[in-house]
Ligand binder design. Structure first.
Ligand SMILES: [Zn+2]
Length: 300
């Protein structure tokens, strides 16, 4: 099976109601992919269409300053403050250096952000035993050292799939398809973080974990790409609507094209995908997920 098979749903996204994009990036240069729209035009387009809110995730080291400048003159935008995940390409030394910048902002400027993240664990980009161990330790350290700030968390959790098996240690538990979900829950419980304060951004499964996490009280965020790709939609089956959030993860997760630049205005595609799975009116979905997001981020 080709997991990237495009399976666009047969309904058109609607535009008429306020939406919340609970997780987007706002690059004005090219760290991920070449911008096709300026941040100013992305902002205008979003508010012209949706008149809602969006939460921009900052990497804290390279984009914090210009995003803060932009916020000075633009309304209904909020920031979540993130820090990197050590990987095969991003060493633990570099991560720890950047983390100092992150922690300084987190401690000294709590009024500039509404959540901590994204950060988390990623066994697709960390494939060796050593890097995976570093990620787990680092994750717990970030939670330990930020929990006193009392902000909600936006987590990136990507379990190893069949293609991510550590070839040196093929039988290690790290290769299990839900090892990271279990690890994240263990650490959050050890650190006494309430599930209501945690959003699983771009929730990628495995699908039986959608209802499981929601029943524990966690929030599950569905990306715009759920519109065109069933592998995102199937993870929300059975999740109560009051646990769902919508996001674009712009400039990633284009609704129906692989590798195309995405923008926050496309959050309407996530709403359409939910309305398709739940067989509900898009407006009813939009109202509920916007309510969820405002509660989660404590914004109006
Ligand atoms: Zn992201």
């Amino acid at each position: 099976m080709n997991r990237n098979r495009n399976e666009v749903i047969p309904i058109k996204p609607e535009n008429e109601f306020p939406l919340v994009d609970s997780h987007a990036h706002f690059p004005d240069k090219e760290p991920y992919r070449k911008p096709t729209h300026s941040i100013e035009s992305q902002y205008e387009f979003f508010f012209e269409k949706h008149n809602g809110q969006f939460i921009i995730s900052s990497g804290s080291d390279w984009d914090y300053d210009y995003i803060q400048d932009f916020f000075q003159t633009h309304e209904n935008m909020y920031m979540s403050l993130g820090t990197g995940i050590p990987s095969n390409r991003y060493s633990i030394d570099k991560a720890q250096k950047d983390y100092k910048v992150f922690l300084e902002i987190a401690e000294n400027n709590p009024e500039t952000y509404v959540a901590i993240g994204e950060f988390g664990l990623d066994f697709h980009h960390g494939k060796t035993l050593k890097v995976r161990q570093q990620q787990i330790e680092y994750f717990q350290k970030v939670i330990q050292e930020t929990k006193h700030l009392n902000k909600p968390y936006v987590l990136h959790v990507r379990n190893a799939t069949q293609r991510d098996i550590d070839q040196q240690n093929p039988n290690h538990e790290f290769n299990q398809r839900d090892f990271l979900n279990k690890t994240v829950i263990r650490i959050l419980e050890e650190e006494e973080i309430s599930p209501e304060r945690v959003m699983w951004h771009c929730f990628s499964g495995p699908s039986e974990w959608g209802p499981k996490l929601a029943n524990m009280g966690y929030y599950i965020s569905i990306p715009s790409s759920a519109y065109g790709f069933n592998r995102w939609r199937r993870n929300i089956k059975g999740v109560p609507l009051d646990r769902l959030l919508t996001e674009t993860d712009a400039c990633m997760q284009h609704p129906f094209k692989m590798g195309t630049y995405n923008t926050p205005a496309n959050v309407k595609y996530a709403v359409a995908a939910i309305s398709y799975v739940y067989e509900m009116e898009q407006q009813d979905v939009a109202e509920q997920v916007a309510k969820n997001a405002r509660k989660f981020f404590d914004i109006n």
